[in-house]
Ligand binder design. Structure first.
Ligand SMILES: [Cu+2]
Length: 144
């Protein structure tokens, strides 16, 4: 669930979510869909939950997939740009505390239009637990 607080935003933000973390984990990703009315760029992201927030892309480095920070993410007019696991994402680093599934994480996104006008959009992203190898043991599991 995502709520963009500015109804008339230049860039529509939807489907925002953050990957829940396990204890000791200091970084995680935020994912969402962006659709700009006119050519824009995502130039900055912030969150009170993290000390450092960067926009990352995944890129091949030889035969290894690595992520790296990019200065801006292009948002062509009318095109939905999806930030998702394995692709572009907003990297939350230096987390102030673990993020549990169901929690709401506040994100602030800064967009810049072709006219250099900046717009700030506040987003609430719900934390979700992704299944798979990194999932912690289910504390509610019953043994019989
Ligand atoms: Cu990353």
């Amino acid at each position: 669930m995502a709520v963009a607080l500015q109804a008339s935003a230049q860039v529509d933000v939807s489907q925002a979510w953050v990957r829940a973390t396990v204890a000791q984990q200091k970084a995680t990703g935020a994912f969402l869909q962006l659709k700009a009315k006119t050519d824009s760029r995502l130039i900055e992201a912030r969150s009170p939950a993290a000390g450092v927030v960067e926009v990352h892309e995944m890129a091949m480095d030889g035969s290894v997939m690595k992520m790296r920070a990019i200065p801006a993410l292009d948002l062509p007019a009318g095109k939905t740009v999806e930030l998702k696991p394995g692709g572009y994402h907003i990297m939350l680093m230096d987390l102030k505390k673990p993020i549990s599934a169901g929690e709401t994480v506040a994100l602030t996104l800064v967009f810049e239009g072709a006219d250099k006008k900046r717009e700030t959009v506040d987003v609430k992203a719900e934390a979700r637990q992704l299944g798979g190898a990194t999932a912690p043991a289910d504390k509610d599991a019953h043994k019989h």
